[in-house]
Design a protein around this ligand. Sequence first.
Ligand SMILES: NC(=O)C1=CN([C@@H]2O[C@H](COP(=O)(O)OP(=O)(O)OC[C@H]3O[C@@H](n4cnc5c(N)ncnc54)[C@H](OP(=O)(O)O)[C@@H]3O)[C@@H](O)[C@H]2O)C=CC1
Ligand SMILES: N[C@@H](CC=O)C(=O)O
Length: 328
Amino acid sequence: MATIKAAILGFGTVGQGIYHILNEKRQELREKLGVELEVAKILVTDASRERVPGTKHLMTESMDDVLAENNLQVVFEAIVNEEPAFTYLKRAVEAKCHVITANKVMLAKRGEELEALAKVNGVFVGFEATVAGGVPIIKTMKNILLVNEVSCVQGILNGTTNYILTKMRAEGWSFEQALREAQQLGYAEADPFNDVSGQDAFKKLMILSSLAFGEQPNWAEVEVIGIDTISSEQVAEATAQGLRYRHVAEVEKLEDGTIHAKVAPLLVNNEHPLYPVDDVFNAVTMETNYIGTLSVIGPGAGMYPTASVMVEDYAEIIGKRAGFTVTI
Ligand SMILES: NC(=O)C1=CN([C@@H]2O[C@H](COP(=O)(O)OP(=O)(O)OC[C@H]3O[C@@H](n4cnc5c(N)ncnc54)[C@H](OP(=O)(O)O)[C@@H]3O)[C@@H](O)[C@H]2O)C=CC1
Ligand SMILES: N[C@@H](CC=O)C(=O)O
């Protein structure tokens, strides 16, 4: 049986999740895909620290070392920020590797460039994990767009902020306490300012805009308001009135063809579809011309939901490459 060699860039919450799932599902993946997968290298900033027992020999701090691996075919990327992630993935694509990323900061800005480069090099870019964690919004939207036009996308795109708002309301926790817990659970970004300021939801919204409309609005013109201005008193007051705070991202194509986007907290009553969406859950609603209104809901962050969709991307890419659809 042929062996596919893979590298994992970043070995924090998401990177470790990928490693665990690949190990736990090794045999099933081998049976479904007809190939063996071997994790050959793991890139981190500090290779002296063994995060998972038995992985020290795979660790490196050098992308040159990763790309020097003979016959490397797949690169999973779970590091942070636009650079050096984009440069690493560009080099991987030029070396004819398929790339699968969770990095929405990089993809929102450089996704089109990366996909164009991948096309030229005959490889695929998997990016399901960049938006809404374990919610399969990218593949759902790609399918819908085969037939439909999407006019508007709205939803909760950040798990950390929804978790914080839920805990402040339902448990009476302070903002700080809820954020600390979200960090411990692996939901928050390395710099959680990106979550609470709305920047993380904004980057995800821009990825959805590219997919739905083939373009993004001018970033400077998008109003982005986080949840860091909402006090415990405001949450309690809303609850007393039967209302809940939700952090909502929305992008729509107007009749004149312009794209309008906004990220901001919204007070909703019990008739609003986002009212029951609690905890780390995300929800995305699309308005389409043939299907009508469609929503997908699920865990928006965390080790296993995120890593799962990345391994699903891997299975889909390997299947496509071999000319078949992977089925259960
Ligand atoms: N956590 C989640 O629920 C989700 C996260 N994501 C995205 O996935 C990515 C990873 O997130 P997460 O796992 O939570 O983050 P972590 O902070 O837990 O892990 C980041 C990892 O990347 C490594 N790293 C960072 N910069 C570099 C670099 N320049 N070179 C080599 N390695 C580097 C770190 O190395 P070291 O260990 O040495 O510090 C660490 O292992 C981010 O882009 C995030 O936005 C997407 C969906 C959900
Ligand atoms: N920090 C992000 C992680 C997933 O993208 C979030 O909380 O949604």
